[in-house]
Design a protein around this ligand. Sequence first.
Ligand code: 6PG
Length: 250
Amino acid sequence: MEAPVTDKTIEIFESIEELSQCAAELFMKESELSVARHGRFSVALSGGSTPGPLYCLLSTEKYRMHIDWEQVHIFWTDERCVPPNHPESNFKLASDLLLSKLSLPNTNIHRIPGELSEEKAALAYEKDLLCFFSGCDIPRFDLIFLGVGEDGHTASIFPGIKAADTSPGLAVPVHANKLGWNRVTLSYAVLNSAATVAFLVTGKAKASVIREILEGNNQILPAARVHPEGGRTLWLLDRDAASVLKNRNM
Ligand code: 6PG
């Protein structure tokens, strides 16, 4: 199955620090453009270890002071079904590194209620999405940050876990099985409706899956199936993650 045409750009950086600076500049620029264009900026953050330095950067004066936070609405790409103060919570990650340093109105923080069951949390999040993006069939985020697991998962869409893979919904419950935590994830429908998706991927451990995705177009891998039509996909890679790509000048 050919992936639909999307505007795909790959940028390779010497380090996660340089990659994170590029991602912070992207956040700042897209927030400015979105607020100018439609009066608000909707962004979905992912979890994992990679985006930590980005969230720290955004809290520094260099970026924090140049973003109109009153108009920024923070969502998540996925969440583990744990309380918001749990060390595994994606909300806690962003809250500790960024949100706690801002005076963002609570109404701008669209947390996935991980303290609920995956079904109830997905329903609550879907309701929030439909309310915020009222008038749209499918929410169109201005910017979505995503990571990639070594198995090719992205958000909490895992290879072989049908629910998140095929659901027509916006927010999908994911049953733990071997994943450890029950989760909630944005569906492909929402990820592929974004204006901009930015993948942040670092480390040698991701090199082979990155080649599979970017050069093998292996559609079994969930991250390979995120390519918003009418939007753009940025792949921000460090040298290690890009180290086995044959064509590095895409
Ligand atoms: C999660 C994330 C997940 C993450 C990847 C990559 O909830 O775990 O949203 O999709 O982005 O697992 O994680 P690392 O950045 O730690 O490699």
